[in-house]
Design a protein around this ligand. Structure first.
Ligand code: ADP
Ligand code: MG
Length: 349
């Protein structure tokens, strides 16, 4: 109405701002697991141990042997927009998974969070509950970090209502862990459920050997035994973009796309452009509802891809989408042709 008088503009209190951000970053337990595991990887962990209970709603605990957080900085880790990963200048040379400095404060604003960390000299612990921070205190912890998240969304009941069954949330967690495990074959990862009857959900030891062999071994672990035998190697380059990895044979295709893994500069990506290109590449071999298993790595100069599209979604934006699409389609068609699978699609380039 024209009679509304202006109200004062105020800066939101930090706890409120964090909870709003949490709505974007933390959709479900699997998003918490993703953020915590990515943090462990960014810290250079070689082993990551994940424990969950109640589909991740009751408990998510992630322990790593990474660089840890210097004692004096542990409270900063829970401050909004505080990150050790970019220098504040360039968003175009991001090589870490994280860069927003939003995950930990967001999680701490909608759950009970306990962060314990040591850089090898001294260990500290800090707790947050529904956005309220306690003062850091001395703790005992080997070099590395443990983050424990309990009672996820207890502070935001509306969000809690949207969660699916424990089973479905556990399944989503398991998928995220596997996807990340495929991105980092050198890292040992374990996911288990703690309950009256503890259950091991996923385990992968660090893969030895040359990079290609390590990747393929990890793909066998994640996608399933038999993947290597039923896949062809992919290797192609175009205009600064490089596509490597393995594409599954049409004869071993599945009814769902969960076994399609694409990584862009090491980051797991689910992207319309890439899924479209994959569908086109297999169009002559597979009906629409069948999906080939694959593990593909697209590497390109950082300025050719924007990873800063959405905090939780695995989308990216390419500067030359047409080139990406063409490369993916022709690389797969060539790889399949080399293995005796012919396509009627006209190959470009
Ligand atoms: P981001 O990852 O975007 O920097 P986060 O909120 O996830 O933001 O983490 C904030 C900061 O806390 C990180 O930049 C890092 O310095 C520190 N941190 C978080 N988790 C870990 C970990 N597992 N090991 C070492 N440092 C960590
Ligand atoms: Mg992070």
């Amino acid at each position: 109405s024209p009679n509304i008088s202006p109200r004062a503009i105020r800066q939101l209190p930090e706890a409120v701002a964090n909870r709003i951000a949490a709505g974007e970053v933390v959709e479900r337990p699997a998003s918490v697991v993703k953020e915590l595991v990515e943090n462990a990887l960014d810290a250079g962990a070689t082993r990551i141990e994940i424990e969950i209970a109640g589909g991740g709603r009751e408990l998510i605990r992630v322990r790593d042997d990474g660089s840890g957080i210097p004692g004096g900085q542990i409270a900063l880790a829970l401050a909004r927009h505080a990150t050790s990963k970019i220098d504040g200048e360039s968003l175009f040379s991001i090589t870490s998974f994280g860069f927003r400095g939003e995950a930990l404060p967001s999680i701490g604003s909608v759950a009970r969070l306990r962060l314990t960390s040591s850089d090898g000299t001294e260990a500290r612990e800090i707790r947050a509950a529904a956005g309220r921070l306690e003062a850091p205190r001395p703790a005992a912890h080997p070099r590395g970090t443990t983050v424990e998240v309990r009672d996820l969304f207890y502070a935001t009941p509306a969000r809690l209502k949207f969660l699916k069954s424990d089973r479905a949330e556990t399944q989503a967690i398991s998928e995220i862990v596997r996807r990340l495990a495929l991105a980092v074959p050198r890292v040992g990862i374990r996911l288990s459920e703690v309950s009256a009857e503890p259950r091991l959900l996923f385990r992968a030891e660090p893969e030895p050997g040359p990079e290609d062999a390590a990747r393929l071994a990890r793909a066998e672990r994640v996608i399933g035994r038999g993947f290597a035998e039923n896949a062809v190697p992919v290797a192609a380059e175009r205009e600064g973009l490089r596509l490597t990895g393995h594409a599954g044979l049409p004869t071993a295709a599945r009814g769902s796309a969960v076994a399609q893994h694409v990584f862009v500069n090491g980051r797991p990506v689910r992207d319309r452009l890439l899924s479209g290109a994959l569908r086109a590449a297999y169009a002559d071999f597979l009906p629409r509802e069948r999906h080939a298993a694959l593990a593909l790595h697209l590497d390109c100069p950082p300025e050719m891809v924007d990873v800063n599209v959405h905090p939780a979604k695995a989308e990216v934006r390419f500067r030359a989408p047409g080139v990406v699409r063409g490369l993916v389609i022709s690389a797969i068609i060539h790889a399949l042709a080399a293995a005796g699978h012919r396509s009627s699609t006209v190959m470009s380039g």
